[in-house]
Design a protein around this ligand. Structure first.
Ligand SMILES: [Zn+2]
Length: 52
């Protein structure tokens, strides 16, 4: 029952960092800007990531 701000941040994250680059968590594509990587991630959601 803890509202850990750190946890919440992790949940919102759509990418991980690889040095100076942003790596899409879905497809592991690397981008140079946060905007691009977020766009990439959002595309996956639109594309039906729920199939599993
Ligand atoms: Zn992606």
């Amino acid at each position: 029952m803890s509202m850990n701000p750190k946890d919440e941040k992790e949940k919102n994250i759509k990418f991980s960092r690889d040095g100076a680059k942003y790596v899409c968590k879905k497809c592991k594509a690397k981008y140079f800007t946060k905007e691009e990587v977020e766009k990439c991630f959002d595309l996956h959601i639109d594309d039906g990531t729920k199939k599993k």
